[in-house]
Ligand binder design. Structure first.
Ligand code: SAH
Ligand code: SF4
Ligand code: F3S
Length: 374
């Protein structure tokens, strides 16, 4: 019996697919080279932008033919799209040939759902759960091992669907993280550990005995072994001096910070509920550059947020000019059902978003040529 997993979205999802692979291998499945060879196909979905969802709808639709030829094929949809009830229902309606639709919190019970399907059942969805600590991972990222340190997000940036589909922030106990990393290092296959969380800098605040992200970093660096430590993503509002100092002083930590700014304009940042200003952001960059020379810094930006004027967009351009990032990701704002921004007035036309994203990317290219950063 063979499995094939199709993954969309962020590193967290990539890592979650490693968990799904681990569960399936424990059930006796082995990896298939292509989907035609698989007895079970899992789509691990992403809901961050409309484009991501459309891709999933298109690609799942294509499986209909395969299912016709191979009646016993089991098709599973999971991930962030299935956590949204309206989307999950739409997927069930659109794809009558899909066997299992489960939310991210139901993953540990995947084996039960597969058994149930064999008796002819179909779906089961969501319910926020505890972090599962005993799941096996089938690591697939070469000499890098992803380690989840927390799930969910409390920030409710007004454009973002993540807090709705991933639930509230929950940190793993430090000892569990350290034990997982010790096991990884003992395998001697991995040179790099990358910690994952939507906002790693708020790690540990929700624990019974709260600890800081800086302390976690230090404790991981104190573990024996030759490895590089990295992490993502940092929210500018929570990146403390203490964390910057630890990155500077610990040889094992990669000198790299992904620090999404989203916009260079204060009115838009406030509307986005990002809880920092352009000036605050720039002061953090200055601090990083002073304490960690040669630190690579990258960022994410959203253009065409509701009501963003041309002048306000120009502030984003000027921020990019000023900071000279090592690289940036630029996204066109995509309204997500249920979020605050999707109900805001003055949504920006697609043509303007296209124009702005191209301007931003061109500016970025120009700067990189000039500075020789790429
Ligand atoms: N937790 C991370 C980012 C997660 S999503 C953080 O806080 O930075 C990755 C990126 O997708 C975000 O940084 C943002 O730039 C982009 N993004 C999120 N929601 C979006 C939306 N509705 N439209 C367009 N881009 C979006
Ligand atoms: Fe989304 Fe904001 Fe949370 Fe990042 S911090 S996942 S952008 S709500
Ligand atoms: Fe990641 Fe997409 Fe979910 S970016 S958290 S997989 S909505």
């Amino acid at each position: 019996m063979k499995y094939f997993i199709v993954t969309y979205g962020c590193q967290m999802n990539v890592h979650e697919s490693e968990k799904i692979a681990g569960i399936l291998e424990k059930l006796g499945y082995t990896p298939a080279d292509k989907r035609e060879e698989a007895d079970i196909i899992v789509f691990n979905t992403c809901a961050i932008r409309e484009g991501a969802e459309e891709r999933v709808f298109g690609n799942v639709g294509n499986l209909k033919k395969l299912k016709k030829i191979k009646k016993d094929l089991i098709i599973v949809l999971c991930g962030c799209m299935t956590q949204k009830e309206t989307t999950a229902q739409k997927m069930l309606r659109t794809f009558p040939f899909v066997d299992i639709v489960i939310g991210t919190f139901n993953l540990p019970k995947l084996g039960d759902y597969i058994a149930a399907v064999k008796k002819g059942r179909q779906l089961e969805i969501w319910q926020e759960g505890e972090i599962d600590e005993i799941l096996p991972y089938k690591r697939t990222s070469g000499d890098n091992a992803w380690v989840n340190i927390m799930q969910g997000c409390n920030n409710f940036c007004t454009y973002c669907i993540v807090p709705y589909v991933r639930g509230r922030e929950k940190s793993r106990e430090e000892q569990n993280i350290l034990n997982e990393i010790k096991d990884i290092l003992a395998e001697k296959k991995y040179k790099k550990i990358t910690l994952l969380g939507q906002n790693v800098n708020s790690y540990g605040k929700d624990l019974k005995n709260p600890i800081s992200f800086a302390k976690l970093l230090k404790d991981i660096c104190a573990l024996d072994g030759d490895f590089t430590l990295s992490f993502m993503t940092s929210h500018p509002k929570d990146l403390t001096d203490e964390v910057i100092d630890v990155i500077a002083s610990e040889d094992k930590i990669e000198k790299y910070i992904h620090l999404p700014a989203q916009s260079g304009n204060n009115r838009i940042l406030a509307l986005m509920n990002r809880k920092y200003t352009r000036e605050k952001y720039l002061s953090i960059i200055e601090k990083i550059r002073a304490k960690i020379p040669n630190c690579r810094i990258t960022s994410d930006f959203i253009v065409g947020f509701p009501s963003e004027t041309e002048e306000e967009f120009n502030d984003t351009l000027s921020l990019v000019k000023q900071v000279q990032f090592d690289s940036i990701f630029a996204f066109m704002y995509s309204p997500r059902e249920g979020t605050v921004a999707s109900k805001m007035e003055n949504q920006i036309p697609q043509s303007v978003k296209n124009e702005r994203v191209n301007k931003l990317l061109n500016e970025e290219k120009r700067i990189q040529k000039e500075t020789g950063k790429r």
